[in-house]
Each structure stands twice: as structure tokens, then as C-alpha cells.
Design a protein around this ligand. Structure first.
Ligand code: SF4
Length: 434
């Protein structure tokens, strides 16, 4: 078996740690934070996401989530209409009445999020006050929280950050005799959460909670004994709330592929004093499985040139994965925001000299992309079809957020997400030639 990975960087080789970024400020193409409801509503059982917004917001969620009309979805939109905008109706009364009817019809709801939007922010609707008022009315059966999913100057993964910040802010405070415990922060598919929980348990780390939890009312305890490990790279606000409450971040790269997952788990193991032998015995089999699952994709992707447009904020960890573990060459790694502290370990593993860009000026970036003519372009939905029409091969970045990609047993699937578009392009080329 081929195991040609570059060694992890040592103190003399810190990859892109101090690399200057190309800052771009211009027209950009992004989805708004409401999009994150698509995966959050599937993750948190007994929660409901009530968007307070326009028909546009309702269309976005409905079409992105694709729930059938006869299903009982865990999201909906309270539509702000002309009467509300004209001040002819008392919007607080309207909202209370919508929430009352919803909770009467859906007794399964234990946690209700009021999700702000561009329209609710434009009319300065105070959803924080509304959430406090409605919480008083419906506690203890239903907790009501609020956060913003507005699309003004945001990217779609910031919706998750805002949601988790709201949960972190109202988690319980540790008691005085609390012992060290681990909080894994970032929405993970249930299957991935179960795998990580098992691995932590095999290492002897049993006091683990996940934020968000599967159950809406699962306790979240935060304080100075909390060590948190980010599972997603776009959670700057959530991290700030946790640290304000005394929690400490465990520095790690993100758990993608064989090497990323091992380094992520190892950072937790070291923080909790797990012995080297115990760590090896818990992780060796998974690491090996991941290498085997990625092997065929590595052969297909080795040496191929890849260009990341800024979209999901997963770009830097993904670039680390494809370059370090699949041997791809990075043409440009664009990201909406570059959080150097949270991404430090991934940046250190990028090849020195990689072009990193932050923000977007879409026309200029398209020019750079066309000039470089990469083998694969990772970009948002809005750019993918036009670029395909120009003959480029693309991968939708949003698919990398919707799909379970973290951990050893997803490493092969993650590699396939990059090899499949190239394979498809080759087959199409063959068909056209015949
Ligand atoms: S929140 Fe703003 S950007 Fe998002 S769908 Fe509603 S109006 Fe559009």
C-alpha cells in the first residue's frame, strides 16, 4: 500500500502560518445564514427553527431543505407582510399568536429558535426580547432562544455559529466540584458523533458532550473545567462565548482524513493526559482504514491542481486535506474569513507559498481562475454552472458541509467528493469523443 504522506511540520517548517493573504473586498457570491437550518434542524431533535422573515426567506429554506409538503418539518417561516411593514399590525402580538398556534399543534417541540432575517433586522424587530417574553410564557415545557440568520455580509455557515452561540450563552454553569470535561463544538452527522464518542471512550475520555447535542434538552455545562475542541472551522463567535465563560480551546487541526483526524484526536488525548499506548490502540485501526479507503482516490488526484473560491469557511482545512493527504496542488485557497488562531494547525500544514485569499472580488477572482485553468474548482452553486459551461470541472462547496466528512470512516467518502467530478468529466469527454 502506498503511504506517501508528508511528515507533519516541525518547528522549522510552519507552512502558511505567517503567509500574507490577498485581501479582497468587492462583489461576492454567498448564501445567507438561514441555509444552516437545513442541517441544524436534522441534527437537533425536538427543536424547531421559526424564521421571522419574508417570502424570499421561506422559499430559500423550503427549496434548500426540500422537505415534502406532508412531512412535519422542524422549521417554518413567520412571514412579515405588508401590514407589518406598514406598522398596521402589532408585530409582537402577531408573533406571540403564531408561536402559540405552532406549539399547540406541535407538542413535540422543546426548544424553539426565533431566527432573524434581513427583513426582521431592517424593521428592527427585537427578537431577543421576543424570545425572553415567549420563554417566560412557555417554560418549562419549551425554551425559546433567538439568533440571526440574516444575509447581510455573512456566509451561510455563520448561521450555525450564531445558533451555537445562543446555545453556549445559556448553557448551565459548572458546579464548584466539576472535573475536566470535553465539549466538541460544531454540528456533526449523528454517525460521526457516535464514532468520535466511541474513540474518546476507548481513550478513557468519557465526560464528553457535543454542541449541538442530538436532544434539544441535553444538558450543556460550561466553566473553567471545560476544554473545547472545534469540529468545524467557522465558529468564531461560539468560541468567544465559551471562552468568556471560562472554557479553554484545545488547539488542533480539523478532523478530516486520516492525518487530520489523528491530529485532532491526539490534541484531545494530550490535553486529557492519555498515554501514547492507549491513544495508539484506540486509533490505529481507524487510521489504517482511512488510508486504505483513500488510496484509489489519491492515485486519481495526485498532482491535480485545485482552486478554492471562498464560500463555506471549510476551505483551509479542505486544502490541507487535499494537499497533504491526496497530493493535490493548491492554486488558490479562498476563504470568506481567515481565523488565524482557529486555523493555525491547518495553515501550518499547507505548502509554504500557497496563495491564500480572504474575502471576494468575484470578477477578479474568476479572471485568476481562468488564467490558471485548474483541474478542479471548489465553489458556490452560483459559480459552478457558468464555470462548467466554460469547460471547467467543479465541486459545490455546500455539498462538503451537508455530507458527513469528518473522521476516519468518512475519509474515503471525502476523497471521493474530489475525485468524482474529475471522473465524471473524463467519462463525459469519452462520450463526446465517441
Ligand atoms: S435572510 Fe436575507 S438573504 Fe436570507 S433569504 Fe431572507 S432576505 Fe434573503
Amino acid at each position: 500500500m502506498n503511504l506517501p504522506f508528508r511528515p507533519s511540520p516541525n518547528g522549522n517548517d510552519r507552512g502558511c502560518t505567517d503567509q500574507q493573504t490577498l485581501k479582497q473586498r468587492g462583489q461576492h457570491e454567498v448564501f445567507c445564514g438561514l441555509t444552516s437550518i437545513v442541517w441544524l434542524h436534522r441534527k437537533i431533535e425536538n427543536a424547531f427553527f421559526l424564521v421571522v422573515g419574508s417570502r424570499t426567506c421561506a422559499h430559500l429554506i423550503q427549496s434548500a431543505a426540500g422537505v415534502m409538503i406532508f412531512a412535519e418539518p422542524r422549521f417554518g417561516t413567520a412571514i412579515i407582510d405588508e401590514r407589518d411593514l406598514a406598522g398596521l399590525a402589532d408585530i409582537d402580538d402577531e408573533l406571540d399568536s403564531v408561536v402559540g398556534r405552532l406549539l399547540e399543534r406541535r407538542p413535540d417541540i422543546e426548544l424553539l429558535f426565533l431566527v432573524g432575517s434581513c427583513p426582521s433586522e431592517v424593521i428592527k424587530l427585537d427578537l431577543k426580547r421576543a424570545a425572553q417574553r415567549l420563554s417566560k410564557l412557555h417554560m418549562p415545557k419549551v425554551r425559546v432562544l433567538n439568533y440571526s440568520g440574516s444575509g447581510i455580509e455573512t456566509t451561510f455557515t455563520q448561521g450555525e455559529d450564531a445558533c451555537l452561540s445562543a446555545l453556549a450563552a445559556e448553557g448551565q454553569t459548572e458546579t464548584q466540584n466539576a472535573s475536566d470535561h470535553l465539549v466538541v463544538v460544531g454540528a456533526l452527522a449523528d454517525i460521526v458523533e457516535d464514532q468520535f464518542r466511541r474513540l474518546f471512550s476507548e481513550m478513557g475520555i468519557d465526560n464528553v458532550t457535543f454542541l449541538p447535542a442530538k436532544k434539544a434538552n441535553a444538558p450543556l455545562i460550561i466553566g473553567s473545567k471545560t476544554k473545547y475542541l472545534l469540529a468545524q472551522p467557522f465558529l468564531g463567535d461560539t468560541a468567544r462565548v465559551l471562552e468568556d465563560r471560562g472554557a479553554k480551546r484545545i488547539t488542533a487541526p480539523f478532523p478530516l482524513g486520516a492525518e487530520g483526524t489523528t491530529a485532532w484526536l491526539k490534541a484531545a488525548a494530550q490535553s486529557f493526559g492519555v498515554s501514547e499506548e492507549k491513544f495508539e490502540s484506540a486509533t490505529a485501526a481507524g487510521h489504517r482504514r482511512a488510508l486504505i479507503a483513500m488510496e484509489a482516490h489519491r492515485d486519481a488526484l495526485q498532482g491535480k491542481r485545485i482552486f478554492f473560491f471562498p464560500d463555506s469557511q471549510l476551505e483551509v482545512p479542505l486544502a490541507r486535506f487535499v494537499s497533504e493527504e491526496l497530493g493535490m496542488r493548491l492554486v488558490e485557497v479562498g476563504t470568506p474569513y481567515l481565523h488565524r488562531a482557529h486555523l493555525s494547525e491547518d495553515l501550518a500544514r499547507l505548502p509554504a507559498g500557497t496563495l491564500l485569499s480572504e474575502g471576494q472580488d468575484v470578477e477578479r477572482q474568476l479572471d485568476r481562475c481562468r488564467a490558471e485553468d485548474p483541474d478542479l474548482v471548489v465553489c458556490g452553486l452560483g459559480l459552478a454552472n457558468p464555470l462548467e459551461a466554460e469547460g471547467m470541472t467543479t465541486k459545490w462547496s455546500i455539498e462538503l458541509v451537508f455530507t458527513p466528512i469528518q473522521g476516519y470512516d468518512q475519509a474515503g467518502d471525502l476523497a471521493r467528493l474530489f475525485s468524482r467530478p474529475l471522473d465524471r468529466r473524463t467519462r463525459l469527454g469519452g462520450l463526446l469523443c465517441n
